[in-house]
Design a binder for this molecule. Structure first.
Ligand code: NDP
Ligand code: ZN
Length: 177
């Protein structure tokens, strides 16, 4: 890896860690939020064999706009247009209610760019793992099942993007609670 690529990778990790520093996941232990974007990057690189820097950096940054005060302009000036565009593609419109956001993820899946599809596939792999192994403390069985089924509907719209990532998702889905 070139020094430039290594620098972008570490800058994105540090940027996401700073932005998510006061956030926690929904599991019983309230794990640090940053574990989640790092888990996506690890799935992409170490499990799916993907080495596209834009995709890996976008994965590290994927929840910064949606879940922190990060603006599009900040991402543009720190990481450039290509990376910012992928992050925006995987960012839900928070002015809509949750049910509508979930419906739109299914509807938009097939029209995403390839890079955004890879980030979204890794996100769904990681969230199914989290729900299976370290679920939100107050989610009954039915809600965990509904999440698995909704995630599958999103992923069905992403198919054809990357067979190994799709296999990783299918292996998680096979463990549906
Ligand atoms: P949320 O969208 O509220 O929570 C799921 C999201 O939380 C994940 O996509 C993930 O987002 C993030 N997350 C943080 N920690 C964890 C973790 N440990 N495990 C998994 N995900 C985690 O929940 P729902 O998907 O259920 O969406 C809400 C919808 O559910 C609404 O439409 C509402 O009407 C409905 N609902 C259903 C209920 C039921 O019992 N069936 C009860 C209440 C509401 P990210 O990848 O962005 O980090
Ligand atoms: Zn996520």
């Amino acid at each position: 890896m070139t020094n430039g690529n290594l620098s972008v990778l570490i800058s994105a990790t540090a940027f996401a860690a700073a932005k998510h520093r006061n956030q926690r996941r929904k599991d019983a232990d309230a794990s640090p939020y940053i574990n989640h974007p790092i888990a996506l990057a690890s799935v992409l690189v170490n499990e799916a064999g993907i080495n596209d820097l834009t995709v890996i950096v976008a994965a590290l940054l994927h929840d910064t706009i949606e879940d922190t005060t990060t603006t599009t302009e900040e991402l543009l000036s720190a990481f450039g247009e290509e990376i910012a565009a992928v992050v925006l593609e995987v960012t839900d419109d928070k002015s809509l209610d949750k049910a509508e956001r979930k419906r739109l993820q299914v509807e938009h899946a097939e029209n995403l760019s390839l890079g955004a599809k890879l980030v979204k596939l890794a996100d769904k792999v990681c969230n199914l793992r989290d729900i299976r192994l370290t679920p939100p403390a107050d989610w009954p069985l039915e809600r965990r099942r509904e999440y698995f089924d909704w995630a599958k509907r999103v992923v069905d719209g992403l198919r054809g993007a990357h067979s190994r990532l799709e296999q990783l998702f299918d292996a998680e889905y096979a463990e549906r609670p």
